[in-house]
Write a new protein. Structure first.
Length: 423
């Protein structure tokens, strides 16, 4: 349906989650485009299974190429492919009593995709030890937290009102939180009613089965990896890219039950009030993302750099325990903000950084603690030591350093302590 396709494109354009991903200096936009291309092939294959028709071999080869490139772009793309496979298996079982000429070339696409993914098996075996992804295995995911984060990331695809308590007064954040909850409650009711309406026509019922199945399968796979293997894929909102295109198409299909055509924009808005409200929520959410007032950007290096610049009037050393690339990235974010901002008048040199390596299996993190003491001992006084996300004992008393107890110790996902080292 062309109108539903336009509605889906509109929802992507105003989605706070999509805008957040587009602003990231990463490759998720390419991965999402490849997911959309792969879903096009899935729809053709599913229709062939549903109608008992053949599936063109040319399209199967295109599917193989798209999937192989998708896995090479981001290996979590494989979770999307697993969800597609589960959808096809479900459709195949429901049509097992009918002739299925489509499966020959569908199996070819599955085998070709599997062969394209096998080259990455060696890399996948070392995921737990990789600096790039080791952070998803840090700590215990808990029971409630992953579910809460999953709901928050899913909600951000449609609405995201300001929630940054470090910039906005708490009463304002509470009011906006209540407004968000009201919108989500209204949308859930709207979605449920639309689901009942759109499962009646065969075409929309088919879309709901395919894309709804993908969304549910992706959610189950993510939670299975989180709870079953200790790989918490809910820690970062960006990993939700694996189901985002399918979810948007599902929402557009459900909302399509209320879509009415009109010759003028004013009349269109009057006849499509529900859709206009969803679109307005997305636009407000996009502005929230652009203004860095939402909860998707958990590490606000700009605010952390402001605190350091305003507090320290002497040269500074910023230290963190280093275990994986996530620690490196947070320090790079601070360094970039210092480069952009004007330095403190008391700084005779740019801020220095110390990444104290944390050895695996060392419960007291002794190597990191020793590295900190050795680094501080070499610095001229006066100097301020900012321990940011430093997960090791800090013993600087013998080096003439006193902790600033009056300073707040938390900013978003940053945990920090300040030590003043004098002569």
């Amino acid at each position: 349906d062309r109108a539903v396709a336009h509605l889906a494109a509109f929802l992507v354009a105003v989605s706070p989650f999509a805008i957040y991903l587009a602003r990231e200096a990463r490759h998720y936009t390419l991965a999402i485009l490849l997911i959309i291309a792969s879903m096009c092939c899935l729809v053709k294959a599913a229709r062939a299974v549903l109608n008992g028709e053949s599936f063109p071999i040319g399209l199967a080869l295109v599917w193989i190429g798209t999937n192989t490139l998708g896995i090479a772009t981001h290996y979590f793309f494989a979770l999307t492919l697993c969800s597609q496979l589960l959808v096809l298996v479900g459709l195949g079982i429901s049509r097992s009593h009918l002739p299925q000429p489509a499966w020959k070339n569908i199996f070819l696409a599955i085998l070709g995709t599997s062969a394209g993914g096998l080259v990455w098996v060696r890399v996948w075996q070392d995921i737990r030890q990789s600096n790039l992804t080791g952070w998803v295995y840090d700590g215990s995911p808990g029971i409630v937290e992953p579910l809460g984060r999953s709901i928050a990331w899913l909600s951000s695809t449609l609405v995201l009102l300001p929630s940054n308590t470090f910039v906005l007064p708490l009463p304002v954040v509470v009011i906006l939180g209540v407004a968000t909850a009201c919108f989500l409650g209204w949308f859930a009711r709207l979605f449920h009613r639309g689901l009942k309406i759109q499962t009646i026509p065969p075409n929309t019922r088919f879309s709901i089965q395919v894309f709804g199945g993908m969304v549910v399968a992706c959610a189950v796979l993510m939670l299975a990896l989180t709870y079953g293997f200790g790989s918490d894929l809910t820690l970062a909102p960006r990993f939700s890219f694996i189901y985002f295109p399918a979810w948007i198409i599902l929402v557009a299909t459900v909302l399509g039950g209320w879509l009415r055509k009109s010759s003028s924009p004013i009349e269109f808005l009057r006849q499509n009030t529900r859709i206009a409200i969803v679109g307005l929520a997305g636009i407000l959410g996009g502005l929230t993302v652009i203004a860095n007032l939402g909860y998707l950007q958990t590490h606000r290096s700009d605010l952390m750099a402001d605190i350091i610049t305003q507090t320290s009037k002497v040269p500074v050393l910023i230290v963190t325990t280093h275990k994986h690339h996530g620690d490196t990235g947070r320090m790079m974010g601070l360094a970039w903000e210092f480069e952009r901002q004007n330095p403190s008048p008391g700084w005779t040199q740019p801020p220095q950084f110390l990444l104290a390596h944390k050895t695996e299996g060392s419960p007291d993190a002794t190597p990191a603690a020793i590295a900190l003491q050795q680094g501080v001992a070499q610095l001229p006084r006066p100097v301020d030591i900012w321990a940011i996300d430093f997960h090791a004992p800090i013993e600087l008393d013998t080096l003439g350093c006193d902790r600033d107890e009056a300073l707040k110790q938390k900013l978003g996902d940053y945990r920090y302590k300040l030590y003043h080292c004098r002569e």
